[in-house]
Design a protein around this ligand. Structure first.
Ligand SMILES: C[S@@+](CC[C@H](N)C(=O)[O-])C[C@H]1O[C@@H](n2cnc3c(N)ncnc32)[C@H](O)[C@@H]1O
Ligand SMILES: [Zn+2]
Length: 267
């Protein structure tokens, strides 16, 4: 993947333990193996993105295999379409899905997340990839340098994704459906609000080529109940009463319901 300087936009070269541009902006590769390309101007808070606790919960939950059907659908669909790297995973979190996709396609992988904790965690486990702390709003990646962009349970920036994709490249998007994790929601909320959700959005500059619903049941117990809450946005919305009800819950049988949309970048 060709990287560009987040300050001036010129190409970045790796020189030993840092990335440098021709205008002498330089970015150290951290001891943990990731590079921070998020500028102070791009930060809206001191520690943007998911917290360490969320990242560790997600790692514990995903590594236990509960969401393996999502990873499998992603890998099988990418292989079936003949999609090829390099892969850029935006909002990569701790790297579970994209590490598997890169393995399945034997492709080069770059993961990017605005959370330093997330890329630190990804870099600690998945050594054959480049992990970047950066923002999806201004990807530090050269035009037309990715064969695949993924954004799984994370945000979509169609213009940026289109810019960095090669013509004919693929964007793989996973969105939670309206009935995702109803079991968890029914414990933490007094009533469930019905919110219309478009899970197959049209994206400018892209053509939708597949939309694959993914739906399966799973059961979590003990600490994994806490991990499940912590890795979702509900952790920010839960009330005190909801948290108390969840604390008394030992087992949840729930349904994961999401959609894998695959878009092709127009030539
Ligand atoms: C729900 S998590 C999904 C993580 C991972 N894709 C997964 O499915 O396991 C959303 C991720 O998006 C990241 N994020 C939020 N805003 C972002 C931004 N502007 N640019 C890049 N990443 C962002 C968060 O830090 C978090 O890791
Ligand atoms: Zn520069």
């Amino acid at each position: 993947m060709e990287l560009i300087c987040p300050v001036c936009g010129s190409g970045l070269d790796r020189v030993e333990r840092e990335y440098r541009c021709e205008n002498r902006h330089s970015f150290d590769i951290a001891r943990q193996g990731y590079v921070n390309l998020l500028t102070v101007q791009q930060k809206r808070s001191l520690h943007p993105g998911d917290t360490r606790e969320q990242v560790l919960s997600r790692r514990a939950f995903l590594d236990a295999g509960y969401y393996a059907p999502i990873a499998k659908t992603l890998c099988d669909t990418a292989k079936d379409l003949g999609a090829a790297g390099p892969i850029l995973d935006v909002g990569c979190g701790e790297g579970y899905y994209s590490a598997r996709l890169a393995g399945a396609l034997d492709a080069e992988l770059t993961g990017l997340d605005i959370s330093k904790e997330a890329v630190r965690c990804a870099a600690g486990k998945y050594k054959n990839a480049l992990w970047i702390c950066g923002t999806a709003a201004h990807l530090p990646v050269a035009d037309r340098s990715a064969g695949i962009v993924t954004s799984l349970f994370a945000l979509t920036m169609p213009e940026e994704f289109r810019r960095v994709l090669k013509p004919g490249g693929y964007y793989f998007q996973v969105l939670a459906a309206e009935d995702h994790l109803l079991g968890l929601k029914s414990i933490i909320y007094p009533e469930l609000l019905h919110k219309e959700k478009n899970t197959v959005p049209e994206l400018p500059g892209f053509r939708l080529v597949r939309s694959v619903p993914i739906r399966f049941d799973f059961t979590v117990e003990g600490e994994q109940v806490r991990n499940l809450l912590s890795m979702t946005p509900h952790v920010y919305r839960i009330s005190k009463e909801g948290a108390q009800r969840l604390a008394r819950t030992q087992t949840i049988t729930d349904t994961a319901s999401c959609v894998l949309n695959v878009y092709r970048a127009d030539a």
